[in-house]
Design a protein around this ligand. Structure first.
Ligand code: FE2
Length: 386
């Protein structure tokens, strides 16, 4: 697998030069989940993942039909939103998909131009540019649909110095569990339907000006039973990375197909969040009850020195400790990376979280795909969905 990756050649600067700059993106602004009970979900993300209370919007702020809790940890902002009555269209989303990611919001200089440039290239509008104001200034937001019912909002906040967005107030809580070292969103992965990966790759290229900088075919991402294909899309400055997965034929059901069945369509499969110290972070998450995929077999850890080659000498972490915590290790030309995946975060086997620490490596853990997917398949077998 490493050999396959080598042929990709991470000439990132060169690749990113080819990206279009009609849509300059400054970073991820926030990720909004539509959930059945935002109050309880907020408690879970605070307690289990160490997010901090940040902002709130609801009846007390004049918002009559929905409530939103904003949580923050370093650069990551999660918004958890629930409807307050049966009329709200948010209900339809939750009925169909269960709890899941509705909005991947991107921070832009100019939300008017972001909307114009993407819709003129074929994006389906979600929200026309809208100026929202309060005593702290103004925010302009606009939005377009991506795969399924998922949305990209463009957020222009250069004339705003309030807590989050107009309509939100600061959320001070007496309950403030310690952070767990989560820093920023490294990448966000979308699952799309059979044969739709290239359609969405083209969409990100044409509509968003992204480039495809890594490709994994079904021969690379396969186990004895099932397979998938994946292409990683990146914006011009490399800050935003969206891998797109589609299921591939195997003897048994692909984990992507299981996702599509339970989410009832395409959607966000996982958020990968970066930490500088995965050992500390994962130990803290486990102590707080976050459930991770079961560990790969002993042979996986025995093989790590061989797979890492010269990177092994630079590895600061204790391999035994990594194994104790079931953390996975992979390497590419430029370094190594450490990663681990949670079990699904809600009852439907849909969204999960990846914790990742990059030590120079720019890949996505291709060397771990087999071990990881075998682990997912053991879970699928327990659910009777393999
Ligand atoms: Fe990932």
């Amino acid at each position: 697998m490493k050999e396959d990756l080598k042929s990709v050649d991470y000439g990132l600067e060169k690749i990113f030069d080819g990206a279009q700059d009609f849509l300059p993106l400054l970073g991820t602004d926030y990720v909004e989940f539509y959930v059945g009970n935002a109050k309880q979900a907020a408690h879970f993300y605070k307690t289990a993942f160490g997010f901090q209370s940040f902002a709130y919007s609801g009846l007390e702020t004049g918002q009559k039909d929905r409530v939103s809790y904003v949580l923050k940890q370093d650069k990551i902002r999660l918004v958890l939103t629930s409807p307050l009555n049966s009329e709200s269209p948010i209900n339809d989303h939750i009925v169909k998909h269960g709890d899941g990611v509705k909005v991947v919001a991107l921070w832009v200089e100019d939300a008017h131009s972001a909307f114009e440039e993407t819709t003129k290239r074929g994006a389906k509008p979600f929200m026309e540019p809208k100026v929202e104001k309060d005593e702290h200034g103004e925010v302009v937001r606009s939005g377009i649909y991506t795969y399924g019912e998922t949305v990209h909002m463009f957020v222009e906040r250069k004339n705003y110095n309030g807590q989050f967005l107009p309509g939100f107030r600061q959320w001070d809580s007496d309950y403030n569990p310690e952070p767990t070292g989560l820093k920023y969103i490294d990448h966000m992965v979308g699952n799309v339907g059979w044969g739709e990966m290239n359609t969405w790759v083209k969409w990100y290229e044409e509509v968003m000006g992204f480039v495809n900088f890594l490709t994994f075919d079904d021969k690379q991402i396969t186990t004895e039973y099932s397979a998938l294909m994946s292409k990683v899309m990146s914006n011009g400055n490399g800050r935003i990375k969206f891998p797109i997965n589609e299921p591939a034929e195997g003897i048994k059901k692909s984990q992507i197909e299981e996702y599509l069945d339970f989410y009832e369509g395409p959607g966000v499969q996982h958020l990968a969040v970066a930490t500088d110290d995965i050992v500390d972070t994962v130990a803290a998450l486990k102590a707080r009850g976050v459930e991770f995929l079961p560990p790969p077999p002993q042979a996986y850890y025995d093989d790590i020195p061989r797979r890492l080659g010269t990177h092994m000498d630079k590895m600061k972490e204790d391999l035994k400790r990594l194994q104790e915590l079931s953390i996975l290790v992979d390497a590419d030309e430029e370094g190594y990376l450490l990663q681990i995946f949670t079990k699904p975060l809600q009852d439907r086997p849909t969204l999960f979280v990846e914790i990742i620490q990059r030590m120079g490596a720019k890949g996505f853990g291709a060397g771990n795909f087999k071990a990881l997917f075998e682990s997912i398949e053991r879970e699928q077998a327990l659910r009777g969905t393999l």
